[in-house]
Each structure stands twice: as C-alpha cells, then as structure tokens.
Write a protein that binds this ligand. Sequence first.
Ligand code: ZN
Length: 111
Amino acid sequence: MNNIRCPHCGLVNRLDALTCLRCKLALAQTAASGRSAAAASAVAMAEERPFWVAVGLWGLKTRAVAWAFVVLSILVATGSIIYWSWLGAIMYLAAVWYFLAIRWVDENSAW
Ligand SMILES: [Zn+2]
C-alpha cells in the first residue's frame, strides 16, 4: 500500500501527494509521513486527566496557583500541629495530593 485513494473522485494517488491529480482535492496525509506522526503523538501527549488529578486540581487554573496550594497546605498542617493537634497532619496528605497531581500534569498533559 504505497498510495492514497482520493475520497472525492476515487483516483489512487502517490502516498506523498498533497493534492489529488485529477480533482486537486487536498489529500489528508496519513501517519506514514513524519510530520503527521509527530502531530499525532503531540495530541496523544495531552491525555485526559484521571479523576484524582481533576479533583486535586479542581478550580486551579495554573501551575503557580497549584504550587501555592501545596505551600499553603504545608503551612496549615504545620500550624495545626503546633497550635491544635496532630490531626492537622492530615493536611500534609492534601499537600502530597496537590504535588502528585502537578507532577502528573507536567508529565502527561499540559497546563
Ligand atoms: Zn480526486
């Protein structure tokens, strides 16, 4: 299979043809061409966020805001432990959650 069939007129064109020889319709290049393959993998990079990431970053639009919440959680946890109870350490889990969610988006998606 070294050719592309024109979806408009049915003429079989060469694989690297940009337009159909007969009707001049622009042909969609398949993943066989390097440029399209790169574009396809770029799309694949922007995966949909899993549930735990979506919940962790709910309402946080930017990476900077998400990092601010990591810092805030740590401060609140530390303050709670000092002035209230060890139960405040639960906030450390929130900080870890934010951190893991940020890391997931960095590696698998985009802000
Ligand atoms: Zn054609």
